[in-house]
Design a protein around this ligand. Structure first.
Ligand code: CP
Ligand code: NVA
Length: 292
């Protein structure tokens, strides 16, 4: 049976910790002589570059593919695309608007499929976030994480699933209607950002307008305007680190003072995208090769 990584939902502590351990282990040539299909329906800086480098470090060859080129569902069916890509590639990774397309790819693919961000989930980001938290705080279990802003998005959902699996205490602060709709048990949701950040060791935010939500830009920015992570909010969490998945809109969800300030670890977090991607690929490919 082939293992896929579409979401952190359903993964246990042991599986996530194995990926984090491999992120800090020496790279093994698990993709030697093979390709990795990297399919993007949306733009990317960190995910594309970190995945290309991770694939290279594992002995493989990344191939960047776009929607116009593959024509999934128009030029060819998703099933035929999956079977075709698996003729050349040891792994298929995709960034898609609709999570269901990833599920369909995985159902048809004889090689592992990896979610590089969908409308609902961003598991590779959460792995990098957990790795960064462990490096900054020396542990993950019991770390108090405050996520402030748009709680019902892909980054928050994967972060919540990862925090719960590894025992971090996540509080999400968002306005009514912007909370994480399917939060796992153990995640605290509040409306007041001050309540979330007091006592926090990590303060995290993401953009207010995710890719695909551009038409709601004004509405979302007005609704979320009191959830900016700025110097005053960070002053309520003395000693807390600041994380952001990036890209950031300085002056919206966080101020330049915070993103570029001494407590920001966003560049370490961005670098960790490469290490955690490598760990995830090593884990997936080792799992696959050990199965009949
Ligand atoms: N954090 C993240 O996924 O960045 P990109 O959209 O640039 O890949
Ligand atoms: N929530 C953001 C994350 C970008 C990495 C988006 O989906 O656009």
């Amino acid at each position: 049976m082939v293992r896929h990584l579409l979401t952190l939902d359903g993964l246990g502590r042991a599986e996530i910790e194995a990926m984090l351990a491999l992120a800090e282990a020496a790279p093994a040539p698990v993709l030697a002589g093979k390709g990795a299909a990297l399919y993007f329906e949306k733009p990317s800086a960190r995910t594309r570059n970190s995945m290309e480098l991770a694939v290279h470090q594992l002995g493989g060859h990344p191939v960047y593919l776009t929607a116009g080129e593959l024509g999934i569902g128009t030029r060819e069916s998703v099933e035929d695309i999956a079977r075709t890509l698996a003729c050349y590639h040891g792994v298929i990774a995709a960034r898609e608007f609709d999570h269901k397309l990833l599920v369909a790819l995985a159902a048809a693919s004889p090689v592992p499929v990896v979610n590089m961000l969908s409308g609902s989930d961003h598991p590779l980001q959460a792995l990098a976030d957990l790795l960064t938290i462990r490096q900054l705080c020396g542990r993950i279990e019991g770390v108090k994480v405050a996520y402030v802003g748009d709680g019902d998005n892909n980054v928050a959902r994967s972060l919540a699933q990862g925090c719960v699996a590894l025992g971090a205490e996540l509080t999400i602060a968002s306005p009514e209607g912007f909370g994480l709709s399917d939060a796992p048990a153990g995640v605290r949701q509040v409306v007041d950002p001050l309540q979330a950040v007091r006592g926090a060791e990590v303060v995290y935010t993401d953009v207010w307008v995710s890719m695909g939500q551009e038409e709601e830009s004004l509405f979302r920015s007005v609704k979320l305007q009191d959830y900016q992570v700025n110097g005053a909010l960070m002053a309520e969490a003395p000693g807390a680190w600041f994380l952001h998945c990036l890209p950031a809109r300085r002056g919206e969800e966080a101020t330049a003072e915070v993103i570029d300030g001494p407590r920001s670890a966003v560049w370490r977090q961005a670098e960790n995208r490469m290490h955690s991607a490598r760990g995830a690929l090593m884990w997936l490919l080792a799992e696959t090769s050990s199965r009949p």
